[in-house]
Design a binder for this molecule. Structure first.
Ligand SMILES: Cc1cn([C@H]2C[C@H](O)[C@@H](COP(=O)(O)OP(=O)(O)O[C@H]3O[C@@H](C)C(=O)[C@@H](O)[C@H]3O)O2)c(=O)[nH]c1=O
Length: 184
């Protein structure tokens, strides 16, 4: 059975599947609804996404606003990333804190990211990143926080990252707090 671990941010779960290795290769269960149900999380996943990124890329930090807010269940199927989530939930005791973890194809770990978090990752080895979303993509609902926000002090473990133009223009956490009246 997979190991379901609470993290430093209430609601964020890290999942370590049981991997069966033998002379052919490996087998593991990559998704089970009951992993989350045991933690009283009930999601209907409606969209799966896949991206490929070169080593040195940073994508993030992204969220969608209500009514298109998304929970995500993320993992890598090739390569290695540093996955990062930032708590943007209004009135959360951990508002403005982040959790990061290395995701790779040895541990095959997954991260459950609830609504109300910004999410991003940096690419430590060329990576295929896949994730389930609990709501559909909606361009108008997209939001973000600057990946290198000075108050977050995230160590992304990459220098001079490859980044989209869009991701250079998000708000700082301070600006976000003001414009969102304290959070998501
Ligand atoms: C996310 C997304 C993008 N797109 C389109 C929009 C755009 O033209 C192209 C690339 O989009 P982006 O640059 O936003 O892709 P990307 O930077 O990979 O965006 C993703 O980043 C990670 C960190 C997340 O957490 C995701 O939720 C998502 O925001 O794909 C969709 O059609 N559907 C989607 O669900």
């Amino acid at each position: 059975m997979a190991e379901i671990c609470k993290t430093s941010l209430p609601g964020v779960l890290e999942i370590f599947p049981k991997v069966f290795n033998d002379q052919r290769g490996y087998f593991f269960e990559s998704f089970r609804a009951d992993w989350l149900e045991k933690e009283h999380v009930f999601e209907t996943w409606v969209q799966d996404n896949q991206s490929y990124s070169q080593k040195g890329t940073v994508r993030g930090l992204h969220f969608q606003r209500e009514p298109f807010a998304q929970a995500k269940l993320v993992r890598v199927i090739q390569g290695k990333v540093l996955d990062v989530v930032v708590d943007l939930r209004k009135d959360s005791e951990t508002f403005g804190s982040y959790y990061s973890t290395i995701m790779d194809t040895e541990k095959h770990n997954l991260l459950y990211v609830p609504r109300g978090f910004a999410h991003g990752f940096s690419v430590l080895e060329d990576a295929i990143f896949v994730y389930k979303c609990s709501n559909y993509y909606d361009k108008e609902s997209e939001g973000g926080i600057l990946w290198n926000d000075p108050s977050l002090q995230i160590d992304w473990m990459v220098n001079d990252p490859i980044i989209s133009e869009k991701d250079t223009k998000w708000q700082s956490l301070e600006e976000f707090k003001v414009t969102s009246e304290g959070g998501l």
